[in-house]
Every structure is written in C-alpha cells, then in structure tokens.
Design a protein around this ligand. Sequence first.
Ligand SMILES: CC(C)(COP(=O)(O)OP(=O)(O)OC[C@H]1O[C@@H](n2cnc3c(N)ncnc32)[C@H](O)[C@@H]1OP(=O)(O)O)[C@@H](O)C(=O)NCCC(=O)NCCS
Length: 164
Amino acid sequence: MPSSPSPRTTISEATRHAAALAPMTLDDLDAVMAIEQTAYSHPWSRGNFRDSLNPLFNAQCLWLQGELLGYFLTMRGFEEMHLLNITVAPAHQGQGWGHMMLDALTLMSRQTGAQWLWLEVRQSNQRALQVYVRYGFKQVSIRKDYYPAGRQQREHAVVMSLKL
Ligand SMILES: CC(C)(COP(=O)(O)OP(=O)(O)OC[C@H]1O[C@@H](n2cnc3c(N)ncnc32)[C@H](O)[C@@H]1OP(=O)(O)O)[C@@H](O)C(=O)NCCC(=O)NCCS
C-alpha cells in the first residue's frame, strides 16, 4: 500500500535552492524503485524505468544533499509532451517539491516547442488531481478502465492537459 503523505511543512528558500535536477541514470534505479514502491499501489517496474532511459524520454531526478526526493518522466510528441510519471518520496510530499518539478518540466517542455502537456491520473488519486487542478491542468476526458486496480478490477483514468 502507498504510504500516507506527511503533514505539510514549510521548506526554507535555502533548502529549495540546494535541490537540483539531474537526468535519471541506471545507477539511480535502486533509489527510484525504493520510492516508486512506497508511493503507488501499482508501481512501475524497474524494467519500465530502464526502458525509458533513452532519448525518446526525458527522465529527471530531484536530489537534495545526496537524497533522492522525487523524479519525473516525460515522452515527447508532436508539439506536445506527455507526463508519464511524477513522484515525490512520501516523506517529502506536501512541501512544494511536486510543484517545483512541474515548474521544471513545463519549462523543459516549452524549450522543445511543446504547446501542451498531457497526463493521465487515476480517478481515485484525489490528491494528485488536486495538485494538477491547482497547477492549472484542465480535465479533458475519462479513459474507461485504463488502470489495473487489483482483484481483476479496473479503474478509469482522468485525462488532463495544460496549455504551455
Ligand atoms: C502528486 C505529487 C507528485 C505532488 O507532489 P507534492 O510534492 O506532494 O506536491 P506539492 O507539495 O508541490 O503541492 C502542490 C500543490 O498541492 C497543494 N498541496 C500539497 N500537499 C497538500 C496537502 N497535504 N494538503 C493540502 N494541499 C496540499 C499545495 O498547496 C500545492 O498547491 P499550491 O502550489 O497552490 O500551494 C505527490 O503527492 C506524489 O508523489 N504522490 C504519489 C504519487 C502520485 O500519485 N503521482 C502522480 C501520479 S499521476
């Protein structure tokens, strides 16, 4: 089961500035998988990440003093970017790191000429939905039975987009 997010705490400007993004590498996958497996009921596999470490994707890790705080992974389309995974370590959620990664990935996406950022999110993932809506994403459609949900069940995906 995913861990509960920690209560909101404020991180200082100095801490924010000390954090840095770096492209995800094979050497990062132990740390990435440790977060992935605690953050999701249906985590990506190591192979999913390994297959994404190529020029078709942009995979970035957010580090603070040697600790992995989170990561995101996007795939480029024609004038659009698809956000495939964005995750903050449960112990660091609710402190602004997700927002910071969204800022970074919208900037990177604009630099490639993308006009739109797309994502899918589980309908039950109210917390992520709230984060995306607050960030400016709009719901576009529902993709029925898109995700596995245990016990042979499926769950709808909410498709969202952000004009860049
Ligand atoms: C979704 C996720 C990436 C967001 O990252 P985060 O670091 O927790 O989010 P932030 O702290 O940057 O918050 C972003 C916004 O949500 C709000 N928010 C965050 N945590 C909150 C909380 N506990 N209570 C109320 N509001 C909260 C913030 O106010 C902020 O809005 P603002 O910029 O208008 O102030 C992160 O929670 C996560 O990894 N969740 C598990 C994996 C997941 O579901 N990923 C998305 C799959 S589609």
